[in-house]
Design a protein around this ligand. Structure first.
Ligand code: FAD
Length: 323
């Protein structure tokens, strides 16, 4: 058990990512004191502290610097290492996002510390923290224990329950001004590539299309259903390779890993490399015109049919329920 757990609160598109709240809940399980510190990096980010307290943080450290306004690995690393040196936390949790996956190993390597990545569950067994993470593309899980040194892990979004938001909570705020120098990254432009406003890796519902959508326009009925459900649109590599959509939507072994409550696979065969990125979804619905498609073997609900006939009906029925 640890006394002093830290979490990096991640900001994206001007908002805190929900996985940061999940990481706070995870960190709470590891402390004897029950006290968790969230770290915010950026410029003028104080407005986020309230939400962090509401979701369980007891203390927030704000590192203020203009070079932290967007993610730059060297600048973020320098700021975090200075905070770690001063505060000496027992553990530090990151989100298993593009940023966390890039930053956490840099910090761990600098500290010569271990790092457990892509954690989907953590629990205390005999006073030791047991981390569970998927291996072999999600076909098996391994349990890991950190025997000594700082506990460092990245937390996969949508797997650990965040605390209920409590607006009455507040806490201590400390602002630091890190010394950041000698870094080589310049951000010229940030290009957004999502088709809807919902972040794919954090979405509760994903509507994904495969080569069966047949064209760029073939994604329209998927987008319509996604809009009704407040879902994100994803894709198989087959669809990306065929240039029906951007690679930023790719789900799978070499794409994004998603764990939504509901995954609707449309015209996706269910190749092992695709399944690696979505098999831990809580409910899987597959729409495919081939009754032998492998996706049906992992689906909770299967619809054998043409997606262009099924989707408009499904969208209309969902519209009745949702609105
Ligand atoms: P297909 O396998 O061609 O399947 C299309 C499906 O659509 C078929 O089942 C067909 O019956 C159905 N269909 C066609 N028309 C309709 C219709 N009108 N209505 C309903 N159903 C219809 N793939 C990934 O997805 N993600 C990855 O990260 C990934 N990484 C890879 C890494 C490596 C090293 C390798 C070798 C491959 C990787 N792949 C990945 C590719 C993977 O092996 C498959 O080729 C790919 O997932 C197939 O995409 P698909 O299911 O869309 O296409």
């Amino acid at each position: 058990m640890s006394q002093n757990m830290f979490v990096l609160a991640e900001i994206r598109h001007g908002a805190l990512r929900h996985v940061s709240f999940e990481a706070i809940a995870a960190a709470k399980k590891l402390t004897t004191s029950g006290k968790v510190t969230a770290v915010l990096l950026g410029e003028k980010v104080e407005r986020f502290t309230e939400l962090l307290f509401q979701y369980g943080a007891d203390r927030v450290i704000i590192a203020e610097h203009p070079d932290l306004d967007a993610y730059r690995p060297e600048a973020y690393k320098q700021a975090l290492l200075q905070i770690i040196e001063e505060e000496r936390p027992d553990g530090f949790l990151f989100a298993h996002t593009s940023q966390g996956r890039d930053l956490a190993p840099r910090i761990a390597a600098s500290l010569k510390s271990g790092l457990i990545s892509d954690v989907v569950k953590l629990e205390l067994v005999d006073d030791r923290v047991v981390f569970t993470r998927p291996i072999y593309s999600g076909k098996a899980f391994e349990e890991k224990i950190i025997e000594e040194g700082m506990i460092m892990a990245t937390i996969r979004p949508n797997n650990i329950q965040a605390a209920e938001s409590d607006p009455s909570r507040s806490g201590e705020i400390k602002t630091v001004y890190p010394d950041i120098k000698d870094f080589h990254t310049t951000i010229k432009d940030i290009v957004e590539k999502t088709t809807s406003g919902v972040d794919l890796t954090e979405a509760n519902i994903v509507v994904a299309g495969g080569r069966g959508v047949k064209s760029k326009d073939g994604f329209h009925p998927l987008q319509e259903l996604a809009d009704v459900l407040g879902a994100a649109v994803g894709a198989s590599r087959g669809a990306c390779d065929a240039d029906y959509c951007d690679y930023s939507l790719q789900i799978g072994q070499t794409g994004k890993v998603v764990t939504p409550d509901l995954y609707i696979a449309c015209g996706i065969s269910g190749a092992i490399q695709h399944v690696a990125g979505m098999s831990n979804s809580k409910v899987i619905v597959a729409i495919n015109k081939d009754p032998e498609a492998p996706i049906f073997s992992i689906a909770d609900y299967g619809i054998v049919g043409d997606l262009f006939e099924v989707l408009p009906v499904l969208t209309e029925e969902c519209r009745k329920v949702v609105t």
